[in-house]
Design a protein around this ligand. Sequence first.
Ligand SMILES: O=c1ccn([C@@H]2O[C@H](COP(=O)(O)OP(=O)(O)O)[C@@H](O)[C@H]2O)c(=O)[nH]1
Ligand SMILES: O=C(O)[C@@H](COP(=O)(O)O)O[C@H]1O[C@H](CO)[C@@H](O)[C@H](O)[C@H]1O
Length: 335
Amino acid sequence: MRSVIVADSEAMRPDARAWFRGRTTSASSLAAIDVEALLAAKRRSGTGVSVVLPARDEEETVGRLVADIAERWMHRDRLVDELVVVDSDSTDATAAVARAAGADVVATADVLPAHGTRPGKGEALWKSLAATTGDVVVFLDSDLQGDVGHFVPGLLGPLLADPQVQYVKGCYTRPLEIDGVSVPSGGGRVTELTARPLLNALWPELAGFVQPLGGEYAGRRSALERVPFAGAYGVEVGLLVDLLELVGLGALAQVDLGERRHTSQSQEALGAMAGQVVATVLARAGSSLDAAGLLTQFRHDGTAFVPRSTAVALDERPPMLTVPEYRARAAGLAG
Ligand SMILES: O=c1ccn([C@@H]2O[C@H](COP(=O)(O)OP(=O)(O)O)[C@@H](O)[C@H]2O)c(=O)[nH]1
Ligand SMILES: O=C(O)[C@@H](COP(=O)(O)O)O[C@H]1O[C@H](CO)[C@@H](O)[C@H](O)[C@H]1O
């Protein structure tokens, strides 16, 4: 079927178009950010800010990110109160590198040990709520490359400026580097080939999100603790759909952070990621399909195709506020 390009004036449903125009701001460099105003808003509101980096085998990149955030936003300007790297079953020196660079480091398995531990990014992010105290939590991937010093203030801007805003996603252009060759676009493969078509079909009010799967976002703890966290790579799409339902489109926002480069995975790995995104979406769309299954992919060994299956079962954690140890800790912190 030939695709028909719809003129900009008619693009998106009216609610998505209004949201895109009203809730998209820009912070594509430090020069575009009024840091003093952010610091004043933080002081005025008494907002505590935690930054969380989920990290699995990121020893090459996590140290620079942590050192930059610590120096700029904890020591020079006190925009961040807490910087935590969640070591997600790393097999390299991620934890040591992050600690030496100035982060508090917790192992996923050591947080809420009575609830066990599961593999995946979603688990690391869910447990980060029990390992941090900020009123606002900022999430950044640990494999970011290039100058991302403006990401933290950029994500905080909408939250510190408007109490109605509950959750902010970064958006950016996404160059893609494969085997050392970088092209200016093409990143966000699961977003473009899986998440965006599904979200547009099932939740068209979310069509204005440029990077629905992006790994850089910030939210108020009071919202984040009330939604489940899908396991593994379903976490971003699950949070977006669940927060839409909890707080409504008007409480969501996005900020243009310019360009985002990161360590890219193989197509096969992203196929498994897409399987986890699909399983999460189907579950939230109320599908009775058996989405909780296996994804079988194929390699060719020179003679024949060899099947290889990975679990894409929907494995999620409940809203953190339902966890007794978390509530007791929050009560203790509230004094
Ligand atoms: O089991 C996992 C898988 C990933 N990650 C982290 O989640 C972020 C995004 O993961 P990845 O880079 O693998 O995804 P991509 O950005 O390639 O889509 C990175 O900081 C990873 O270290 C994690 O903490 N636990
Ligand atoms: O946006 C995407 O399509 C994927 C893959 O990006 P690339 O094709 O490797 O640039 O990356 C994101 O998706 C993951 C699942 O939601 C997130 O966990 C990652 O942080 C994010 O980079």
